[in-house]
Write a protein that binds this ligand. Structure first.
Ligand SMILES: [Mg+2]
Length: 117
């Protein structure tokens, strides 16, 4: 397993509520809330997911599995993951969706829908 510890912050990552609060404060301080409609946030989420995909677009499966071994590429992947999560968390905030509860419910549904053989 590859050690990616140098590509993340050394201090413990804050929880989702703290991150959502900081994202909301960042947007509010710049008067960006009018632009943060559900439609705009869903669009931005899709664009950022495409930017993440672009990094992998022409890689072989083997190259894609080693993408975090190249520091510049690892940084790009980490940066796009942050962008995707930022817009997903902001979308959840404006829609009143608890992302962790939604994921837990989805996993539970899938466990029943696709039982292990
Ligand atoms: Mg981006």
């Amino acid at each position: 397993m590859t050690d990616h510890s140098d590509s993340v912050a050394s201090s413990p990552a804050p929880g989702l509520p703290e991150l959502q609060r900081r994202l909301a404060s960042f947007a509010a301080a710049r008067h960006w809330q009018p632009y943060h409609t559900p439609k705009n946030l869903a669009s931005a989420l899709s664009v950022e997911a495409a930017e993440l995909l672009e990094i992998f677009q022409w890689l072989t499966p083997e190259e894609s599995a080693r993408v975090m071994d190249v520091p510049d590429t690892a940084h790009r992947v980490t940066d796009e993951v942050a962008d995707v999560l930022a817009y997903l968390l902001q979308l959840c905030e404006v829609l009143g969706v608890d992302p962790l509860a939604a994921l837990a419910a989805k996993i539970e549904r899938n466990e029943h829908r696709f039982p292990a053989p």
